[in-house]
Design a protein around this ligand. Structure first.
Ligand code: SF4
Ligand code: SF4
Length: 579
């Protein structure tokens, strides 16, 4: 099947030569493969299109994509988002008593699938047609009950923020209320105390919604969904903005919900997903064009199939296997940057950092809960904050901050040209793998969180500096983009060195040569010291009470399910990481 996608935001017929129509061989032969609708925008007829791709090549605004779905795919799309819009094939299905995970790149329809399953997207097929389509499958019963309102669903949406500190409409509408009031309104189970405790929301119960940090708002949204009575719970990216301990606490709570309901979760942090899910559907296809939902896999087999890039059930290769052999700073013998013990007090919070050094070519992974001063340390190194004791300076640092925002009034290529030197090597080794070449003409102000993150990583790595310092580079990125970002940061560090603060353990494990561990009491005191990676991981995981083993097939670290035999064995030996 051929799919023609037109991005109507980019398409500007009034300022182009209508090349999509003019160059189309079918139009030249006299038929109406490309027609202009009453609103002045083009429409491509996929039946008569021969897939030559000239319209996509010639469109000056990069607004057209012509793609073929895999040969093996026999069915029609479940839903098209407009005539030349995104096509979704198949649906995942929730199962009572299980947590079903959805895994795949951004732009493949995971969030849309959740909206379809909660009835918040109107499908082009009529209800009877849809139920007929799934006759004899698990979804038939689900859809019939949903349409006749015999099934209650709750959705924790993906977007709590839009581009940094701006609250979504949903959160804004709750503005003025306190966390406690929002939880009370949601509390259909009478379990507010336990849920607030489990998600560590007690210290901010009196806080007003509009003053919450990203992590607090995320935990409130999870709590509020969990407190409602429902047959099926949907969580769209519950780990964004949470540190590792908070991710695991949220995962435990979400798993509990599956004791007497069905739960479905979209998640990009593979360690969290591994810990959380029983089964996995993989979404594959062409981001922004079409998405196909695989059959369900067991969690281990599903994550491994995703990393291997081969969907056996559909006999389709979706990408090359992910290679875990990351370059980790070769010898790391040359002392490159040294810093003394540092102290800083900010209001009620005090930070103490032991003296340390960064070797040439190495990446230091920074581990620790939120509120322990990781970003303060980064800002001291970057020269944005002066320490009370200890001196830093004399080194130039290229810093990517945690929260991203830009008032730049121009396109991605204009921003890149004005901030860094764009060599051909940089374009091919950084911009292209990050997919930024496809965004050159996009307005910076209109970028999504993931696009903005990729741009911020590129700008950081494109500067001449002694040290790259990246705060939460994996936020907003999907699992594949995280692996690409890890490789690119690792490669950039080969010329100098890098410090990376993050909460995705697989990402940190892939990228880090050594660890810097932050401990203490969030919001009150933070202590930081350097360790080798295995020691750092072990100490960090011990503080969380979580164990990881090595997956035999891929070598990736896998979270053990709490209370499992492997978990107990590793804890008894004090071996929390890869025991
Ligand atoms: S798709 Fe491209 S060529 Fe066609 S009208 Fe739109 S901007 Fe012009
Ligand atoms: S792919 Fe070729 S045939 Fe199809 S609409 Fe574009 S130019 Fe016409």
């Amino acid at each position: 099947m051929r799919i023609a996608i037109i991005d109507y935001e980019k398409c500007k017929p009034e300022s182009c030569g209508k090349e999509c129509e003019g160059f189309c061989p079918r139009v030249r032969a006299g038929d109406e493969t490309v027609k202009f609708a009453e609103n002045g925008k083009p429409v491509i007829d996929e039946e008569s299109c021969i897939g030559c791709g000239l319209c996509a090549k010639k469109c000056p605004r990069n607004a057209v994509q012509i793609v073929n779905t895999p040969e093996q795919l026999e069915e029609k799309p479940l839903h098209r988002f407009g005539k030349n819009g995104f096509a979704l094939f198949r649906l995942p299905f929730p199962v009572k008593g299980e947590v079903v995970g959805l895994l795949g790149q951004n732009g493949l329809g995971k969030s849309s699938a959740l909206k379809i399953l909660t009835g918040s997207i109107r499908l082009e097929r009529d209800r009877e047609g849809l139920v007929r389509m799934f006759r004899g499958t698990e979804l038939q019963d689900y859809l019939e009950k949903m349409f006749s309102q015999k099934l209650k669903t709750v959705l924790k949406p993906q977007m709590l923020f839009s581009n940094g500190p701006f609250l979504s409409k949903r959160a804004k509408s709750a503005g003025g209320k306190t966390v406690c009031e929002v939880l009370q309104e949601s509390d259909e189970k009478g379990m507010m105390k336990e849920v607030a405790e489990a998600l560590e929301l007690r210290p901010c119960l009196d806080g007003r919604i509009e003053t919450l940090s990203g992590g607090e708002l995320q935990r409130l949204a999870i709590a509020s969904a969990a407190l409602k009575k429902s047959d099926v719970y949907y969580f769209d990216e519950p780990s964004s903005f949470l540190d590792v301990r908070q991710r695991m606490n949220a995962a435990k709570l979400i798993r509990k919900l599956a004791q007497d309901a069905a739960v479905m979760v979209v998640e990009h942090d593979l360690s969290s997903l591994d810990f959380l899910a029983d089964k996995i559907h993989i979404f594959y296809g062409e981001p922004g064009c079409y998405g196909i939902v695989s059959k369900p896999y067991g969690v281990r087999a599903g994550i491994n199939a995703f990393l291997d890039g081969f969907i056996r059930g559909d006999n389709v290769r979706i990408h090359e296997p992910v290679d875990f052999s990351f370059s980790k700073g070769a010898e790391q013998v040359e002392r490159y940057i040294e810093y003394p013990g540092l102290k800083k007090t900010l209001g009620e919070f005090s930070l103490s950092v032991s003296a340390g050094q960064i070797m040439r070519k190495e990446v230091i992974g920074v581990f620790g809960a939120n509120g322990l001063g990781k970003t303060t340390f980064a800002r001291i190194l970057a020269g944005e904050i002066k320490p009370d004791a200890g001196e830093t300076g004399g080194i130039s640092i290229s810093y990517k901050p945690q929260y991203l925002s830009s008032n730049f009034d121009g396109t991605v290529s204009e921003l890149l040209e004005s901030s860094i030197r764009l060599s051909e090597d940089f374009k091919s080794s950084v911009l292209r793998p990050l997919g930024l070449d496809r965004l050159f003409e996009s307005s910076v102000r209109k970028l999504s969180g993931g696009e903005m993150q990729r741009l911020a990583i590129a700008v950081c790595l494109g500067k001449d500096a002694d040290l790259f310092l990246l705060d939460e580079p994996s936020a907003y990125l999907d699992s594949m983009q995280r692996m690409v970002a890890a490789k690119i940061i690792g490669r950039a560090a080969e010329k100098t060195a890098a410090v990376v603060i993050d909460h995705d353990l697989l990402f940190l494990n892939c990228i880090s040569c050594r660890a810097m561990l932050f401990t203490g009491e969030p919001g009150k005191s933070g202590f930081a010291k350097q360790l080798n990676l295995a020691e750092g991981m072990n100490e960090f995981l011990k503080s969380l009470g979580i164990t990881f083993r090595k997956d035999e097939e891929t070598g990736r670290p896998r979270a053990n399910k709490p209370g499992s035999q492997k978990d107990a064995e590793q804890k008894a030996k004090g071996n929390y990481f890869l025991g």
